[in-house]
Design a protein around this ligand. Sequence first.
Ligand code: C2E
Ligand code: MG
Ligand code: MG
Length: 527
Amino acid sequence: MNKKRIVWGSILLGFPCVLLPVLLMGYLAWVLNLHAAQQRLETLAAVASSRASGTFNEAASALKTIAGSHLAPCTPESIDEMRLLTINTFSVKSVGYVEQEIYACGSWGPVGHHATPWPEDFTTTDGVRVSLGVQSRIVPAKPMMALQYAAFNVLVDPAQFLHVMLEEDMHLTVGTAAGQLVSASRPGAEHFLSRVHSGSHSALDGGYLYTLVHSGDWVAIAAISRHELMQGLVRREMLLLPIGGLLAGLLVLLIVRRTRQRLSPLAELKLAVRNREFVVHYQPIVSLSGGACVGAEALVRWQHPDGSMVCPDAFIPLAERSGLILPITDQVIDSVMRDLGPLLVKERSLRVAINLAARDVSSGRFLPGLEAALHKAGVQQNQIWLEATERGFLDIDAARTTVNHARELGYLAAIDDFGTGFSSLQHLQRLPLDVLKIDKSFVDNIEQDAATGSVTGHIIEMAKSLQLKIVAEGIETEAQRDYLRANGVHFGQGWLFGKAMPVEDFLRFQHARANVVSDHAALESTV
Ligand code: C2E
Ligand code: MG
Ligand code: MG
């Protein structure tokens, strides 16, 4: 259940982690492309508008020069001067002199025919009259711009206004400050001249990104079509999308790593501790002489949220290595007091054995919590057996301190799985113990192996000589029970009497055993 949630959570997180970097890079490509295009347009429009001013000013200044000449108009000298001006002024195609609607002469020589006046489009502040789209005899196929001052005029090719380096994807349009078209590099973007009144600006509109720049009497519009903009975008995406893909891959890798960590046994166990997923089962401990249930051993189980039960052997070693055993011991103590507290208060002769890990024993850290739990439940210290295996007593000096302290408080100390380690005897000598639990392996072999059987006998004798209470673990047959009883073992634990069971079952078991024993005792007393 938890695993599923973690996996699904990771998958759900994976989607945005893949999509977001790719979308982000796509967006970045768009923004960068737009920004770069805007900058190119602004530069181009600024250069073009200042170029337009320059072109006009050059022509206007040539016009004023000839108008201010001291030579009499249309004399050979004056015509020469006009011709020289045309040659020397790049923007000026021709110079003319008109007197009372008669073209008297021009830079090409004396003329003398009638001239219809050109309609004026605007007049500059210094008095130059400007006419756009003028048809002239010099370049009949092409409308020209005419500048008139006094009786003189010059003709300028509007294409001169576009005389800048123009990249292939750009549209350039030059117009007057009033929005009249002067010249366009190619058709398409001229209609933006109608926006001339909104001042210099840049916008994405009507299928174009355009920038409009004012310079004196002139405006320049640089534009790029959506199609050309998209081509730039594709180029940038080709660069940025792989980075987005890489980023997405990196995030997915992180998610996979984190998911693995979260699915690791340790992470699962941590979560179990946090969610208090542990329950305690109780295995009856019976008196071998009378069969009465004298108590139980508390054996922890990990109950997954889906209800499945995990045995301690599968997680206690990891819990011990990781230190998680400490909170688990605390949770076991809490459960024992909650489950059996009332029964222990009612039946003061009943005992509960609680298993301790090496870290519990060496630190003694569990004791204050145990004391508080006992106090709260009203249970007495001598109703609790604290048991640890030899591994638990490995740091023997620290263990002795804890055992001494616990015994001073009234608890009983037991050595579990006795005989399975290398230094069982040393522990017996150096630790102040109350109970010895013979390991199941010695009980198993009672019937089959005479040698082990005799070792079991020796263990029993030794425990007796040390005045320890003896518990035999793992009794499965009556023969084992009979042997142990005959050899003076006090208590037994094993499937012959009952497996580790949930508290409700144990309470029923204990109740039934109490009745059997009292019936038996009543029968014996009447005999
Ligand atoms: P243990 O303390 O020696 O507990 C006895 C184990 O033998 C229990 O296994 C019990 O179910 C099993 N057993 C008892 N009688 C028989 C029998 O007749 N036949 C067979 N085949 N097995 C029998 P369990 O509950 O799996 O616990 C295993 C070990 O896990 C325990 O051995 C103990 O060392 C550890 N453990 C259990 N609960 C805790 C705990 O709360 N804290 C710590 N630190 N360790 C615990
Ligand atoms: Mg035990
Ligand atoms: Mg044991």
